[in-house]
Ligand binder design. Structure first.
Ligand code: HEM
Ligand code: HEM
Length: 166
């Protein structure tokens, strides 16, 4: 964390938040594609073009999520993030826990995927699949929290993840 806490998220942090979010939704929606590729490679050794493209997309989009997340955490550590919008202590704690778990999954999920695909480690694949419902639950909680701030509390939480202007 930088010595002086910034008043807003930086444009880069905001940009990375939305790009990574879109890539993760893509991964969760099309996660089956890499299983189809694995099956086709095992069964016929010659997957069709769509299966190959979508299976490889899963790998490259996943690696992109990992790289961008590490970059985002570096930027976060170097420049800091604004203080939480004032809320009850329990709400602040809930947001912090959900954000922490999301960051954890954004790193652990691609790594377990790589270990399963390239290392053939079954347990890593099991963990990777187990993360799917966990990821979905956390994202739903996170989005519900953001919408609650925006529509019920009518505070700046949502606005500050859209623009750096104060
Ligand atoms: C944020 C990144 C990622 C997300 C959200 C994600 C998500 C998913 C999902 C939803 C599935 C299907 C699980 C199911 O049907 O139960 C899956 C399967 C799989 N993914 Fe990923 N994935 C990511 C990154 C990666 C990466 C980088 C690789 C590396 C090659 C990878 C390799 C795999 C493999 C091998 C499977 C099949 C697992 C098995 O059959 O045991 N994933 N992933
Ligand atoms: C789909 C995947 C998503 C992931 C993985 C994700 C992850 C995160 C993380 C880790 C943070 C903490 C930022 C930090 O302090 O460094 C954050 C902040 C935020 N996210 Fe998301 N997010 C996602 C989707 C969304 C969506 C769809 C919305 C809006 C409906 C949203 C709204 C926000 C807002 C408003 C903040 C700022 C919270 C604050 O300043 O206290 N996010 N997100």
């Amino acid at each position: 964390m930088s010595k002086t806490q910034p008043a807003a998220y930086s444009p880069v942090h905001i940009f990375l938040h939305w790009v990574i979010a879109a890539l993760i939704v893509f991964q969760l929606v099309f996660g089956e594609s890499i299983k189809d590729l694995g099956r086709a490679l095992r069964d016929t050794g010659a997957p069709d073009t769509l299966t190959t493209v979508m299976g490889n997309a899963h790998i490259w989009v996943g690696v992109t999520v990992l790289v961008l997340t590490l970059l985002r955490l570096l930027i976060r550590a170097r420049f800091g993030v604004p203080a939480p919008v004032p809320a009850s202590r329990i709400q602040e704690l809930a947001a912090r826990v959900v954000h922490g778990l999301l960051y954890l999954l954004m790193i652990v999920v691609p790594i377990t995927g790589l270990l399963a695909w390239y290392g053939g480690i079954r347990e890593a694949g099991d963990l990777h699949e187990l993360a799917k419902p966990l990821f979905i639950i956390l994202i739903l909680l996170h989005v519900a929290g953001a919408l609650y701030h925006h529509f019920a509390l009518k505070d700046r939480t949502m606005k500050r993840m859209i623009t750096s202007r104060i």
